[in-house]
Design a protein around this ligand. Structure first.
Ligand SMILES: *Cc1c(COP(=O)(O)O)cnc(C)c1O
Ligand code: SF4
Length: 346
């Protein structure tokens, strides 16, 4: 067993096994982990400072998860848009391919909460092969997004085989992976892993950090290693109440990501996923945060604020509007709130 696998094996899977001072107050929390699994590995646990802090909220089950009467099991209609098991084909030119049900941590706000880490998510070599066959027989697909679960929890050998299989499809141009491992289990990013990944360029990785306390020296080493392997790194952050729903935290996170060579890609409005309603903010909150980022911090550090539309509508930007009126003249507000004009008689 490798070091990262040993760390993962030591993960806490029930709130009752947490150190006493980190145990949730509500007695319902233990029941939650039977519905939505808990996995808190010793690395991420070591980053939690106290009960209720932004990292604790992401990792520790709370009874409130079972009380959600608002949200849906599958808000993005992924199951309806799935022509073969574990493949979601929503946009003409790109697909999402789920290759494992496992993650280094089960985030309480996960959009695939209905199935990650549960027996309901059945993934096998056969389903992955079916996915590859689907991509091969649909040459309009240029971009595959490998996700799960977390694809970097696959063994080196399985990943190598999967990537080789995808690269053998001539019509496929881009391979993308979505992985929270650089944040939640950075020791998984070994030199050996990077040597495998770099054989399959163009390969992009979008990672997932939600709070500046997650950008540790270990996470920095993982991101630097991936970047040194020539992999462009993006970040898909989720806007979460109590975690990062204020401009100072968000600006600090986005700046920290750039220092570890991660370019913020999306900031997602919370999905309407059952069991996550307590994390949702309003869109006004997200737009107010974006107004405090745009123009105020490096443009490189500014993500696209977007909602993934319910029922498979796709991702739509929610960038606040700076346009006051547009005709023969454009009247707009700048980042400082000043009214400006631009001659539009092109
Ligand atoms: C998010 C997503 C994509 C990728 O969208 P981009 O905007 O290109 O990053 C593709 N397919 C599905 C099903 C998705 O949910
Ligand atoms: S790592 Fe990603 S897929 Fe896994 S639980 Fe967290 S948000 Fe969900």
């Amino acid at each position: 067993m490798t070091r990262w696998q040993r760390i993962l094996n030591q993960a806490i899977t029930s709130p009752a096994d947490l150190p006493r001072h980190l145990q949730p107050d509500d007695p319902g929390a233990t029941e939650v982990s039977a519905h939505y699994p808990m996995r808190l590995n010793p690395y991420y646990l070591s980053l939690i400072k106290k009960k209720g802090d932004p990292l604790w909220l992401q990792a520790v089950p709370q009874g409130i998860e079972l009380a959600d009467q608002v949200c849906m099991a599958d808000p993005l209609a992924e199951e309806n848009l799935s022509p073969v098991a574990n493949l979601v084909h929503k946009y003409p030119d790109r697909v999402l391919l789920l290759v494992t049900s496992q993650c280094a941590m089960y985030c309480r706000f996960c959009t695939r909460k209905r199935k990650v880490g549960t027996p309901a998510m059945v993934i096998s070599d056969a389903t992955v092969q079916e996915g590859l066959a689907y991509i091969r027989s649909h040459p309009r697909i240029k971009d595959v997004l490998i996700s799960g679960g977390d694809p970097l929890l696959l063994s080196d050998e399985r990943l190598d085989r999967l990537l080789a299989g995808l690269r053998a499809i001539p019509s496929l141009q881009i391979i993308r992976m979505g992985s929270r491992v650089p944040c939640t289990l950075p020791m998984r990013v070994t030199k050996r892993l990077c040597a495998i990944l770099k054989k399959y360029h163009p390969l992009y990785i979008n990672t997932h950090f939600n709070h500046p306390d997650e950008v540790t020296p270990e996470a920095a080493r993982a991101c630097n290693r991936l970047a040194d392997a020539g992999i462009p790194l993006g970040c898909q952050t989720v806007l979460l109440k109590g975690v990062n729903d204020n401009a100072e935290t968000m600006a600090s996170l986005m700046r920290s990501l750039l220092t570890v060579r991660v370019k913020p890609y999306y900031l997602f409005q919370g999905d309407l996923t059952r069991g996550t309603n307590h994390f949702r903010t309003t869109v006004e909150c997200g737009q107010a945060i974006m107004r405090r980022l745009i123009g105020h911090i490096s443009g490189m550090a500014v993500p696209t604020y977007a909602v993934d539309g319910p029922y498979g509508a796709g991702k739509v930007p929610l960038t606040p509007s700076y346009i006051q009126s547009l005709d023969r003249e454009l009247c707009f507000t700048n980042y400082q709130g000043k009214t400006c004009f631009y001659d539009n008689n092109g």
